[in-house]
Ligand binder design. Structure first.
Ligand code: GUN
Length: 279
């Protein structure tokens, strides 16, 4: 039976630590504000944005909310970002993705000042991570590192297989695991012998985006299994990229869905916001 890695509990601990840190910074006269921009009213994005604002309130930093209509032009959005880049009262800027199709996501990401890039998506942030320099790290992979460390999982020298190569999760995850001295394999939709590669992983990180794709056969006995996926079925039941019932008996540790990786993303966003205040 696997030990459950409790993301809800660990994220609560992190937020508690950050709350204390923010209180101390306030005593030193340092205040923080996160600007959150949402274009359009995608329901999932609205939930994420609401939770991010709630987390700001909880740890004691301000949030400024910009809920822009779907028809907002790219120029209008870029003008707002330029204003927020200049605004000394704002330490962090976040544009909730996806943006509507008429807006180019890359142009938007590149427009955010790297000093305020609390999502860690700017090329400068990604470049810094690549060569081991200081910079903001994408929240979901940073959260996974925290989950592993706070669960006392040894990473150094271990075989880590990541399924998925997105800019937000797979690629930064690989760089972070490399920084922790893991031997890292990134796999994706063109990978041959995926099952065989995964079944050699000491630490398996699934960011496939396909519901319950990772069955028991992909899991090595006593592996640590991290499930980044989240899928909602017609009855509102949530499941991950991993077939939990098959993986759990083989794994030594596993993250559940919900309550695993999910809550860590916002905790690490708050971590980055505090980092932005300090800088
Ligand atoms: N959309 C899905 N995940 C994220 C995230 O971490 N940050 C932003 N800005 N948008 C997202």
């Amino acid at each position: 039976m696997a030990q459950i890695i409790d993301g809800k509990k660990i994220s609560a601990e992190i937020k508690e630590e950050l709350k204390e840190q923010v209180a101390q910074l306030k005593k030193d006269g340092i205040e923080g504000t996160l600007a959150v921009i949402q274009v359009g009213d995608d329901p999932a994005s609205s939930v994420y944005v609401r939770n991010k604002k709630k987390a700001c309130e909880y740890i004691g930093i301000g949030s400024k909310s910009y809920e822009l209509p779907e028809t907002t032009t790219q120029t209008e959005l870029l003008d707002l970002i330029a204003d927020l880049n200049q605004d000394d009262a704002v330490n962090g800027i976040l544009v909730q993705l996806p943006v509507p199709a008429h807006i180019d996501e890359k142009t938007i990401i590149n427009a955010i000042s790297p000093a305020k890039d609390v999502d860690g998506f700017h090329p400068e942030s990604v470049g810094a991570l690549t060569i081991g320099q200081k910079g903001f790290v994408s929240c979901t992979p940073a959260g996974i590192i925290e989950l592993l460390k706070r669960s006392n999982v040894e990473i150094d020298g271990k075989n880590c297989v990541i399924i998925g190569r997105s800019n937000i999760v797979g690629k930064p995850m690989a760089l972070l695991m490399l920084r922790e001295n893991a031997t890292v394999t990134i796999t994706h939709s063109h990978t041959q012998n995926l099952k065989e590669i995964c079944s050699r992983a000491d630490i398996l990180i699934a960011a496939v985006g396909k519901k319950e794709f990772i069955t028991g056969e992909y899991i090595k006995e006593n592996a640590v299994v991290i499930d980044v996926g989240i899928h909602r079925d017609e009855n509102n039941k949530l499941s991950g990229d991993v077939k939990y019932d098959e993986a759990e008996p083989k794994a030594s540790m596993i993250t559940p869905v919900p309550g695993g990786v999910g809550p860590m993303t916002i905790a690490m966003l708050m971590h980055n916001c505090v980092e932005a205040m300090i800088r």
